[in-house]
Write a protein that binds this ligand. Structure first.
Ligand SMILES: CC(C)(COP(=O)(O)OP(=O)(O)OC[C@H]1O[C@@H](n2cnc3c(N)ncnc32)[C@H](O)[C@@H]1OP(=O)(O)O)[C@@H](O)C(=O)NCCC(=O)NCCS
Length: 324
C-alpha cells in the first residue's frame, strides 16, 4: 500500500505541517521525510528549541522549514482571516491568542495554502487536534459533517496484504441515519485511495431483522439510503460482524449478495462500537491500524495517537499527504 502512495507523492510532492515541532517522534519522522524528499515537512515552534531538541534526540532536520508563530510576519493577515472564518464566534483578540497555539496556527497555515495538509496529536488530545480543523478548515461543499475512518492492514502468507476500512471510530459519538449515510459515502472514497474495492456492511447486533431495537432500525434505514445513493457499490445490512466477515456464517444466515462474508468496509452504529471494534482488530487480530483519517474536510488534517511512535508518524504523514 505504501509503495503506491509514495510513488504517487513522488509525482506530486506535498507540504505537511507538524504542529508539535519539538517532539522527538516528529523530529525522527521529519528527518526521514527530509531524506526521502517526496514530502516537505513544516515544523511549528521556536527555531532554537527545535534545533536543540533535534540535536538532543540525534536527528538531522537540516533543510526543514520551521515557522515560529511568535515571529510569523503574516500574523496580522492570519488573525484577520481567522476572525472572518469564526463569523463573530471569536473576537480578534481571541483569534490572536488562539494562534499562539501551534494546533490553531498550523491549521491556519493549511487554510491559507502555505501547506497542503497537517498531522498533529502527538501531544495534543484528539479533540484539540480536530476542533481547529472543524472550526477553520471546515466541511467541504456538499458535506454536513466531518467523520473519520481507520485503514487496517495485515500481511498474509501469500504476500498480499489484507486491507480493511472501519468507520466512524473516532469523531461522531452517536451518528444519526443521515450522518451514517455520509460516513459510508466518505469511507467508500477513502477506502479506494488505499486500494480497497469497497464491499460495505452496515453493522449491528442484528442480521436482517433477527433482533429488534432503535439502533437496528437506524442501521437498516441508513443502509437502504446508502444503497440508493451509491447504486454501483455493493452495500448490505443491517448485519452482525460475523455475517459480514465469515462466508460460512453469511451462508447460514442466507446472505446471498456480494457483501455477506466478504465485507471489507465496515460502518459501525456509534463511536463505542467503532472504537472498540478497530482496537480488537489491532490488538487481537494483528492488523496495523492507520488513523483516525478525517473525512469530509476541505483539506487533509489527521490525528495521531499520543502513544504513537516515529514509524507511525512517518506512515500517517504519507497517508495524510496522499489524500491532499
Ligand atoms: C469532534 C469533537 C472533538 C468536537 O467536540 P467539541 O469541540 O466539543 O464540539 P462543539 O460542539 O463545541 O463544536 C466545535 C465546532 O466544531 C463543529 N463540529 C463539531 N462536530 C462536528 C462534526 N462532526 N462535523 C463538522 N463540524 C463539527 C461545531 O459545529 C462547532 O463549530 P463552530 O465553533 O463553528 O460553531 C467531539 O465530537 C468529540 O469529542 N468526539 C470524540 C473524540 C474522541 O474522543 N475520540 C476518541 C479517541 S480517537
Amino acid at each position: 500500500m505504501f509503495k503506491k502512495l509514495i510513488s504517487s507523492l513522488k509525482q506530486n510532492p506535498r507540504t505537511i505541517v507538524f504542529p508539535e515541532g519539538t517532539d522527538p517522534r516528529i523530529l525522527e519522522a521529519g528527518s526521514r521525510l527530509l531524506a526521502a524528499t517526496f514530502l516537505k515537512p513544516i515544523l511549528i515552534g521556536s527555531e532554537d528549541e527545535i534545533y536543540a531538541a533535534a540535536e538532543e534526540a540525534g536527528f538531522n532536520i537540516r533543510g526543514a522549514t520551521i515557522i515560529d508563530p511568535e515571529r510569523y510576519d503574516k500574523m496580522d493577515e492570519m488573525v484577520e482571516e481567522m476572525f472572518k472564518l469564526r463569523k463573530g464566534k471569536m473576537s480578534e483578540d481571541e483569534c490572536r491568542a488562539a494562534l499562539k497555539k501551534s494546533n490553531y496556527f498550523g491549521t491556519m497555515l493549511v487554510h491559507m495554502g502555505v501547506a497542503d495538509c497537517l498531522l498533529g496529536g502527538a501531544t495534543y488530545s484528539t479533540a484539540d487536534t480536530i476542533r481547529p480543523a472543524l472550526q477553520l478548515v471546515k466541511t467541504k461543499p456538499g458535506n454536513n459533517i466531518v467523520s473519520s475512518c481507520f485503514i487496517l492492514v495485515r500481511g498474509s502468507a501469500t504476500g498480499e496484504n489484507e486491507v480493511l476500512a472501519m468507520a466512524d471510530c473516532a469523531v461522531n459519538i452517536e451518528p444519526n441515519e443521515d450522518e451514517l449515510v455520509e460516513i459510508a459515502s466518505e469511507t467508500v472514497k477513502c477506502a479506494r485511495v488505499f486500494g480497497i474495492d469497497p464491499k460495505v456492511a452496515f453493522l449491528s447486533y442484528s442480521t436482517k431483522g433477527s433482533g429488534k431495537g432503535d439502533t437496528v432500525t437506524k442501521m437498516r434505514n441508513a443502509c437502504q439510503r446508502a444503497k440508493t445513493l451509491m447504486p454501483d457499490v455493493p452495500i448490505d445490512g443491517e448485519m452482525q460482524f460475523d455475517a459480514a466477515s465469515s462466508p460460512v456464517v453469511a451462508r447460514t444466515k442466507h446472505l446471498d449478495g456480494p457483501v455477506g462474508g466478504h465485507a471489507n468496509t465496515f460502518i459501525f452504529p456509534d463511536i463505542n462500537a467503532g472504537n472498540i471494534g478497530y482496537k480488537i482488530a489491532q490488538r487481537l487480530g494483528n492488523f496495523d491500524a492507520y488513523g483516525p483519517i478525517l473525512l469530509g474536510l476541505n483539506a487533509p488534517i489527521n490525528d495521531l495517537s499520543r502513544g504513537c511512535n516515529a514509524f507511525e508518524v512517518y506512515s500517517m504523514a504519507i497517508i495524510t499527504a496522499a489524500l491532499a
